[in-house]
Design a protein around this ligand. Structure first.
Ligand code: SF4
Length: 64
């Protein structure tokens, strides 16, 4: 899997960081930063939950 984040769409809600703190962070403007584009194991599972919890649709998963 590969995580995609559209920083122009992100509204800075922070759900992704709460769901997967090893995979996502937020910059000083609260916009998402992807820490791991290709997470494995528990981080991958957390990342899927994060993508599902994003209210803006900024996050997506490309299956590789
Ligand atoms: S959950 Fe979505 S809108 Fe919120 S910070 Fe993460 S990417 Fe941005």
């Amino acid at each position: 899997m590969r995580i995609r984040a559209d920083r122009d769409v992100c509204i800075g809600a922070g759900n992704c960081v709460l769901a997967a703190e090893n995979v996502f962070d937020q910059d000083d403007d609260a916009i998402v930063v992807v820490l791991q584009e290709t997470p494995d194991g528990a981080d991958a599972e957390a990342a899927r939950n994060a993508v599902g919890s994003c209210p803006s649709g900024a996050l997506s998963i490309e299956e590789t």
